[in-house]
Design a protein around this ligand. Sequence first.
Ligand code: NAP
Length: 345
Amino acid sequence: MLKSLFDEQKLSPVNSNFRFGGGERKNDEWGGLSFHNKEHDISVPRVEKKAGVSAKQGSDCSLAFKKPQCVRQQDRQEQQQGSGSKEGMAGHQCGSVLVTGANRGIGLELVKRFLGKPNPPKTVFATCRDPEGARGQELKSLTSKHPNLKILQLETTDPASVEAAAKKAEAHLGGSGLNLLINNAGIMPPCTLESATSKDMLDVYNTNLVGPMLVSKAFLPLLKKAAHASQQKGMSCGRAAIINMSTILGSIEKTPESYFFIPVVSYRCSKTALNMLTKCQSMGYKEEGILCTAVHPGWVKTELGSDQADLTVEESVNGIMNVLCNLSEKQHGVLVTWEGKVLPW
Ligand SMILES: NC(=O)c1ccc[n+]([C@@H]2O[C@H](COP(=O)([O-])OP(=O)(O)OC[C@H]3O[C@@H](n4cnc5c(N)ncnc54)[C@H](OP(=O)(O)O)[C@@H]3O)[C@@H](O)[C@H]2O)c1
C-alpha cells in the first residue's frame, strides 16, 4: 500500500531520518526515540531484538493483570533473559477479547497471539467483513485448532452489522462480559491536499473513526458487565478496556516530522479524530472502570504499511502484547507506542 502511495503521489522520503516508530532513525536500530509525558511510559523492553530471542518467545505475556510490581519486574527479567516461559506466572485468566479487522495484518496476528498464550482467553472473538470469502480463510483455518475462537461477521461502518455482532457475542458469552475490545480495523488510501475530495474524507472517517465509535458503543454494555464483575481493582486490559489502533501519523505535534514523507491527509485527520474519541471515551467511561488507550503499532509490514516498513507484524504485535499486559490508569486516555512509550497528541 505504502509503496503504491509513493508511486501514485510521486513521493520520496524527503526526511530520511523520519521513523514511524516515533523518533529519528539513528545508527542504533532502535535508538534515538524521543517522547513526551515520560511518567506514563511503560518502558517495555524490546526483548526479541536485544536478548536475541524470537518475537514469538517474547510475546506470550499472560494477560495477568494487576500483578504486584515486583512480579512484573520479575517477568521482565525473565523476558530479558530470553526464557519466554510464562508457565510460572500466577496469572488470572482473561475472559474474553474481541479484535476487529482480524482476517489479516496486525489484527490476525493479535488473534494468533491471544490463542497461543499458555493461559488463553475463554473466548477470542475475531471479526471480519467476509468470513466466508477468500480473505477470511486464514482466520477460519484457526478454528479447527482453537475451539475458543469465535469468528463474527462485522463491517464496522454498518450499524446493523455492528449490532448483530454485539448480539451474537452477548449470546455466546452467556451472561459474562467482554474484557478487552481492540478496534483495529482501518484503511489508509492515498490522499493529498490537492487530491482530497469530500467522498475520500468521509469514507476514511467512516472506517477509522465512526467504526470504532459504533463498535465501542455497541459493546459497551458487555464491557461494563466485565468491569463490574471483575475482582480486580483499578484499570487493566484484564478487567475491561477499549484499545483503539491509532498511529503516530495522527499526532498533530509529530506531523512536521513526517508530513512530506507520507501526507495521507484523510488518514491523518481520521486518526487524530480517533485520538480525540479515545480521550472522550477515557473521560466518559472512567467511572465505569473501563481503560481507554490509543496504540501506535509502529510502521509495520502489512498491506497497509507496505513491505518497506520498519517492523514485521510479529515484532509489532510482540510489543503490543507486552504493552497490553502492563496498561493501567497511567495510560488511560493517552497514545502509547508498541514499545509502551507515550506519544504527544
Ligand atoms: N501497518 C502499519 O504500518 C500501521 C501503522 C500505524 C497504524 N496502523 C493501524 O493498525 C490497524 C491495522 O492495520 P494493518 O496494517 O494490519 O492493516 P491491513 O493489513 O490493511 O488490515 C486492515 C484490516 O482492517 C479491515 N477493515 C478495513 N476496513 C474495514 C471495515 N470497514 N470494516 C471491517 N473491517 C475493515 C480489513 O478487512 P478486509 O480484509 O475485509 O479489507 C483488514 O482485516 C489500522 O487501524 C491501521 O491504521 C497500521
